[in-house]
Write a protein that binds this ligand. Structure first.
Ligand code: FMN
Length: 428
């Protein structure tokens, strides 16, 4: 049963946001009109219009569901502008906080896992670990860059990612200053695994539902634009913080941030990697290797959202190991509205979005889907419990045996299709 949990703060944010929307993309309108004919009027493959990749998420209209995930690909004006120019559906900037001078990064801060023989420099990169903190660039500069980008790209979606200490006034100030730049939405980073837990930031909040509820209340009381809560996978049941965030007025959930990891030990020096002055610290794991784990977490959250929240008002952003249109289709089939890419952009560049769009379009054409909503969540009903799998398999075997038994008797042969009937006996 679907229960609509509304909050005054989120309703206020919706109405304000809808009034503000000035998106006027004629191309997009054309696509929607022609989409009607996709099923009815198309007579040949050539005359079929392309599938419509555009999405409308919490009132934010994007030309496609591909969003730059918070991290190095959204670290400054130049790279975010590049992302818009290449055609990304939206950009989430690198996480900002009030006092950038407290953020001190180290080098090296990345380590990679390659497929194939251990240590092979040639194997494909499948895992990526970082011990990078949030943005160490001064907030004033980041805010100026957000403002400039919104002035230059008023119809494109720019989302600020924020993180602060456990202090109501600090959160209020940060939300206020970020909103004044004209960004379209805010993603709250409750998930950075190495994000200064001693300052009660990032995953330290996302892993504690009591703290999380309080911070979400502060944020949503202040924010007048949509707020997404970014979840950490480093928790037993990810649906618990996701539920708390939505009940506290957030409009969307983004999952997952990186998975806590130790990348490896150098077997010559016996020191852990990445090695900083002989020492290391557990970091965040991303890239292809985390994709199946991210799918499971997104599936869990999507099931919870479907049963407890009104789908029309809340959104889900799938993140983790996306490098192809097929990876993205999987997140959407589980219920994600948008798909974020971080490490994939670091490895393949901003032009990756063209390949992602074309591969997703090919998938949609193959299945005759004309819009993202046509298949969003389509695979979700096929998850069940292991106990139910046993029941289903027992019943399927019983039915197959019944057919087999029937054909074992000569008297049941119909005289038609002897070959087919005997083959089915063998395969059973
Ligand atoms: C080098 C690096 C820096 C990151 N910095 C941030 C950050 O500042 N804020 C944030 O919310 N997530 C950050 N992330 C996490 C990503 O946004 C994303 O959730 C995660 O890497 C999984 O997606 P991916 O496999 O597409 O990279 C960072 C990831 C990497 C690899």
């Amino acid at each position: 049963m679907s229960t609509f949990l509304s909050s005054n703060s989120s309703q206020l944010k919706f109405s304000k946001k809808f009034n503000q929307l000035s998106y006027n993309n004629n191309n997009n309108n054309k696509r929607i009109t022609s989409r009607v004919g996709f099923r009815i009027g198309a007579s040949s493959e050539e005359s079929k219009p392309k599938p419509d990749l555009s999405v409308n998420v919490n009132g934010l209209k994007m030309p496609n569901p591909f969003v730059i995930g918070s991290g190095p690909p959204g670290t400054n004006y130049t790279v975010m502008k590049r992302a818009f120019d290449e055609g990304w559906g939206a950009v989430i900037a690198k996480t900002v906080s009030l006092e950038a001078d407290k953020v001190i990064n180290v080098t090296p801060r990345y380590a990679r896992l390659r497929a194939g023989a251990n240590g092979s420099a040639k194997g494909q990169i499948i895992g990526w670990q970082n011990i990078e903190l949030i943005s160490d660039r001064p907030l004033e500069i980041m805010l100026k860059e957000f403002k400039k980008l919104k002035e230059e790209y008023p119809d494109r979606i720019l989302i600020a990612s924020v993180m602060e200490e456990y202090d109501k006034h600090a959160w209020e100030e940060l939300i206020d200053r970020v909103e004044q730049t004209g960004v379209d939405a805010i993603e709250v980073n409750f998930s950075c695994p190495h994000g200064m837990p001693e300052r009660r930031m990032g995953a330290a909040v996302g892993q504690d539902c009591v703290l999380l509820e309080e911070v979400c209340d502060w944020v949503n009381a202040k924010a007048t634009i949509p707020v997404w809560a970014k979840m950490t996978p480093n928790i037993t049941d990810i649906t618990q913080p996701a539920r708390v965030a939505l009940k506290s007025g957030c409009e969307g959930i983004a999952a997952i941030n990186t998975i806590m990891s130790v990348m490896g030990i150098n077997l010559n020096t016996l020191r852990p990697e990445p090695c900083v002055e002989g020492y290391s610290t557990p970091g965040g794991y991303s890239c292809k290797a985390v994709h199946p784990i991210a799918l499971a977490k997104v599936m869990n959250i999507a099931q919870m959202m479907k049963s407890e929240f009104d789908d029309k008002h809340y959104s889900l952003s799938g993140i983790g190991g996306v490098e192809t249109g097929s990876d993205a289709a999987e997140f959407i089939l589980l219920g994600a509205n948008t798909v974020q890419v971080c490490t994939g952009v670091m490895m393949h560049g901003y032009g990756l979005v063209k390949q992602l769009c074309s591969e997703l379009s090919d998938f949609m054409i193959k299945h005759n889907f004309s819009s993202i909503e046509d298949f969003r969540g389509a695979s979700l009903p096929y998850f069940t419990t292991h106990t139910d799998l046993v029941v289903r398999q027992r019943e399927a075997i019983r039915q197959r045996k019944a057919i087999k038994q029937g054909l074992q008797s000569d008297k049941d042969w119909t005289g038609d299709g002897f070959v087919k009937e005997t083959e089915s006996m063998v395969s059973n």
